[in-house]
Ligand binder design. Structure first.
Ligand code: NQM
Length: 396
């Protein structure tokens, strides 16, 4: 078992002028960030957010005074605890911190960081594995989404079970191979926007300042997406992320469209929000179903988010959607939809209701994760000092 992680006292301590918070630094899918036992952080949301910003080093763009990775995909945090209801085993909150921003956004999902939640829970003793595979029901508090997650938990020679990170599963966007983590989402429609198709239509034509009329599919099957034909915005849809990030004029058109889409989806002013994710689509080029470039929302994803892939795959099976226009044919009640992205592809297996094939009842996919470092995250005690010193405890 992870001796380092297990042997540490799970409590916040003083360390000179700093407060030390037990923390595991983990990769979840194609994202990475610190994970905490949510019960150890301040109850007050304002103070908790100030602590999280200090941990990451935001709002500095380089996050130089913290452990954030200076990119949205490596500026993510997981806050995990045992479930507080009988239906689930664990619950967690995903927090997105933007390198240059002061917002701690807990309003949407992250299926990549989700992949590290069960390994974290086993590492910290929240979940005790009982067999070679351990399955848990995990509630994402951000949106109420529930997922069934399975990880490999073999036994060492002494019979102690541990999370195995070694294996042969490969996911595009992460070098090498690792143990597979199976994730099945049960009910993801309308995670943030309230319903699968928040405008009630599979396609809308929106008037965008400086761009003109643009056809979009506004959809949320776990992540709010605005799906648009890449060519309508003057792109091919096959650019590298660096090419998209360097194209200020294209990004300005995408952002103008995003603000209009956010309002149309009932999400209000999304200027500082990290959604809707803007998904530029084109016909597949590598034998998959659909080619995507996902802006999250201002920089281009190196691959695609998990629930963004689930949502894009869902759009492929909706007749009349912008994705359906350019996607390869998807057939059957359990289709495997291959979403192409800049570093490869992402396969999502959808379960469609035989009575209504537009209804997705389950989506399953594979991720990997790894514990990268175990220790304490340190923030200035002047910010948060929950541990009175011996002297402070004495009556005056
Ligand atoms: O859509 C990036 C990621 C994500 C989110 C983002 C994600 C998801 O790749 O479920 O995983 O969209 O900001 O980590």
């Amino acid at each position: 078992m992870s001796a380092v992680a297990r042997s540490r006292a799970a409590e916040v301590t003083n360390r000179g002028s700093q407060t030390a918070i037990p923390c595991l630094f983990m990769r979840g899918g194609t994202s990475r960030g610190p994970f905490f036992d949510a019960r150890l952080l301040p109850d007050d949301p304002g103070l908790r957010n100030a602590v999280l910003l200090a941990v990451m080093g935001s709002p500095d763009l380089r996050q130089i005074d913290g452990i954030g990775g200076a990119h949205p995909l490596t500026s993510k945090i997981g806050l995990v605890r045992p479930a507080t209801d009988d239906a689930n085993d664990l619950e967690w909150t995903f927090a997105q911190v933007q390198p240059g921003g002061e917002d701690v956004d807990t309003s949407s999902n992250c299926g990549n960081m989700l992949a590290a939640v069960l390994p974290f829970a086993v590492e910290t003793g929240m979940i005790t594995p009982t067999g070679d595979r351990t399955t848990a029901r995990v509630l994402t508090r951000n949106t109420g989404m529930v997922a069934e997650i399975t990880v490999a938990t073999p036994a060492d020679p002494a019979g102690a079970r541990y999370v195995s990170y070694e294996g042969r599963a490969r996911i595009d966007g992460v070098p090498g191979s690792a143990a597979p983590i199976e994730i099945a989402f049960l009910d993801t429609a309308g995670s943030v926007a309230g319903s699968l198709l928040p405008t009630g239509r599979v396609r809308d034509t929106l008037e965008v300042p400086g761009v003109g009329p643009v056809d979009v599919t506004l959809i949320d099957n776990g992540q709010p997406l605005a799906i648009v034909a890449a060519e309508r915005l003057g792109a091919t849809g096959y650019e590298t992320p660096a090419e998209i990030d360097a194209d200020d004029a294209l990004r300005a058109r995408v952002e103008a469209l995003r603000l209009v889409c956010g309002a149309a989806m009932g999400l209000g002013d999304v200027t500082t929000r990290n959604y809707p994710k803007m998904t530029l689509v084109a016909p597949p080029r590598h034998g998959g179903t659909l080619s995507t470039r996902s802006l999250i929302p201002r920089l281009c994803h190196q691959s695609i988010g998990v629930l963004a892939a689930v949502t894009a795959a869902t759009a492929c099976v909706l007749d009349g959607s912008v994705a359906h226009d350019v996607a390869a044919t998807v057939a059957g009640t359990r289709p495997a939809v291959s979403v192409e992205h800049p570093s490869g592809e992402f396969t999502v297996t959808l379960a469609r209701d035989p009575g209504d094939p537009r209804l997705i009842t389950r989506s399953a996919l594979l991720r990997t994760a790894r514990l990268l470092m175990a220790g304490d995250a340190l923030v200035p005690r002047s910010l948060w000092d929950p541990v009175p010193t011996v002297q402070e405890k004495e009556p005056a």
